[in-house]
Design a protein around this ligand. Sequence first.
Ligand code: PMV
Length: 328
Amino acid sequence: MKQAHAFANANIALIKYWGKNEGCFNIPAVSSLSMTLNDFGTSVSLVASKIHKHQALINNKPASLEVLERLDAYLEQVRCFYPFSGHLHVSSKSNVPFKAGLASSAAFFAALAVALDVALALGLDQKDLSRLARLGSGSAARSIFGGFCGLHGGPGTNHEEAFAFPLEINAKLNLAMVIAIVDEGMKPLSSRAAMNLTKKTSPFFNVFVKDHDKDLELAKNALKTGSFVKLGEAMECSTLKMFATMWTALPSINYWRPQSLALIETVYELRKKHGPKAFFTMDAGPNVKILCEEDFLPTVLKTIIETGYARDLLVAKPGSGAFSSKIL
Ligand code: PMV
């Protein structure tokens, strides 16, 4: 195998993926739609391992047993699809806070898929790459693409069908996202475990799946026609339905902190004062992501800073898809 380097940006779902179909291919229970962020990503380097097992360095430190086990399972699954001999040494560096609901695994597995393509000389196209990334983490399929993209999922979707695809966006929309970091700590439950528990125990999970395509269509149309308000409304709706399934799981799952709710109230206040210019979403973590158009960004930033609820603020615009690189 060749040595390979690749980089992928994180992505944030505007229309959420939550839940997996039965089986071991990480097929999302619903389709989703996301924005790939600029400048928040992960680089991955691959070389042959000198010992008879896979090894990993994450941000220059040996990976924890939990991470290593997940990586090992992933690479062995990849081996079934694309046979290769020997073992791999994976090093990754990221500026995405680890496990804070900021899609760190999405950037990691998308970069790893691209690096594997190069290292094993597979010659994959973007559809294949997104399938390969999805085997590691559902949302990683979307980080293969830049800008805005969709990911196929839903009941009955199989491995071949579950890939991401780019979406056209109306030139009127100049979107920006503010990521208000409430807490960078580890999450109480991985999104994988939370999805499984939700699917098994929440009476609302089936409603979420059944209702999901409505939000997806609204968001796709809004991107096409350039309606920021319709996009924002669909995003908040999808987000809150996803959390409704978590809160009604047994035992209940809660990623929110008091500051998360206070930041959401701040978004409502912004809308009362300025009209529908900012909308929120959240993922499997306490941080709040606020979507706005670029001209409203200074007001969002000033307002959030004044509240004191965020420990840190990141600003992202739509970024590039995953690519192979020389630099780590
Ligand atoms: O790809 P995973 O397993 O980390 O799941 C991501 C789930 C959400 O971030 C909550 C939603 C999404 O579509 O990204």
